[in-house]
Design a protein around this ligand. Structure first.
Ligand SMILES: *[C@@H]1O[C@H](CO)[C@@H](O)[C@H](O)[C@H]1NC(C)=O
Ligand SMILES: *[C@@H]1O[C@H](CO)[C@@H](O)[C@H](O)[C@H]1NC(C)=O
Length: 327
């Protein structure tokens, strides 16, 4: 459904461009971008500016008015669990199809992709013996039924990760998810905690193994550089160049040195000190770190947990030194 309406639109645009070759080339390219409302990739490449939304918020069902999230280009509704949609994912499903269409169109017209996050901190799919293939099929069908641009895999089954059973589960799950949600149409991201990229801590390879096996199926990682200890990832040095001895080799550029593409490593932070147990940085400090990282060739972007505590003012402040939001 979405795919066929998209190809009709593209055909139209291509024909228009074909009859206006030459002088109007640039205008044609612009037109084409504006006619991609039901396809993925509103920002075809990094930097991504990503905001999550799990918190119950009075007056908001599913997703807030798009004007409240300007400065972002990806908005992620949470969570879809193995047992079904919860919180704002449930809210999104409770809207009428026309309401979802209209909100989705507002977001896409503003250049913002609308996704759903699956699992989160309360779901433990591997430990609970959920079948990875069936789970991927069910979740992909939900994304298609409710008309979103993709899935964020916020897998937080710490017991399985410590036991070394998470890697195989995630690899099977991601492979099947991508089979159902092809890269030409849907975004797939993962949201690991930063220590899971450490090179020698995880007996079956941790997220470096996941990245080696199925990284080409994952558009980018919303890396959680928080909730890992009170002094973890709280300075530019600890965040970017040298993490602590507790979680070695898991600062941004250390993960890049371990072989993960720089443009896939989005820096994730809490919006306020109340949005996480620890790992908070002020927007001005984070803006400085982001500018430093950009200066060293990184351009993946920034993720925040969560709306409404962080909104446009948060991302405007964090982008200020590297990618200022144009007014
Ligand atoms: C929503 O949009 C899709 C894709 O354009 C369309 O096929 C469908 O009929 C729309 N549904 C409603 C209820 O507007
Ligand atoms: C990196 O951090 C470790 C652990 O805190 C420390 O022992 C080491 O000296 C640091 N290396 C550099 C180059 O700063």
């Amino acid at each position: 459904m979405a795919a066929s309406s998209f190809s009709r639109l593209v055909t139209l645009v291509v024909l228009l461009c074909g009859s206006a070759l030459g002088a109007y080339g640039a205008a044609c390219a612009l037109e084409e971008r504006e006619h991609v409302p039901f396809r993925k990739r509103y920002s075809a490449s990094a930097p991504y500016f990503v905001e999550y939304f799990d918190k119950g918020t009075s007056g908001v069902t599913g997703a807030p008015p798009v004007a409240d999230v300007s400065g972002y280009n990806v908005f992620i509704i949470a969570f879809l669990l193995t047992e079904g949609a919860w919180d704002n994912a449930q809210g999104w499903a409770s809207l009428t199809a026309a309401e979802r269409n209209s909100t989705k169109a507002d977001y896409n017209n503003a250049g913002i992709a609308l996704m759903v996050s699956v699992f989160g901190s309360t779901d433990t799919p591997t430990s609970s013996n959920a079948d990875p293939t069936n789970t991927a099929n069910t979740m992909a069908a939900w994304v298609q039924q409710y008309g979103l641009d993709g899935v964020d895999v916020d897998y937080e089954d710490f017991d399985a990760f410590n036991a070394g059973t998470a890697e195989a589960w995630l690899i099977t799950f991601t492979t099947q998810l991508r089979k159902q949600l092809p890269a030409s149409e849907y975004i797939i991201t993962h949201a690991p905690v930063a220590p899971w990229f450490a090179s020698n801590l995880w007996k079956n390879g941790g997220y470096l193994k996941v990245n080696t096996e199925v990284g080409d199926l994952i558009d980018w990682y919303n890396v959680q550089f928080y909730n890992q200890g009170t002094s973890e990832y709280t300075t530019c040095d600890g965040l970017l160049t040298n993490s602590s001895s507790t979680w070695p080799d898991s600062a941004l550029f250390q993960i890049i040195s371990s072989g993960v593409a720089q443009e896939k490593l989005v820096i994730g932070k809490p919006g306020t000190s109340g949005d996480a147990n620890n790992g908070y940085m002020s927007t001005s400090t984070l803006a400085t770190c982001v500018e430093q990282a950009k200066g060293k060739g990184w351009d993946a972007g920034v993720m925040v947990w969560e709306y409404p505590d962080a909104g446009s003012s948060w991302i405007t402040a964090v982008r200020a030194d590297a990618w200022p939001v144009s007014s």
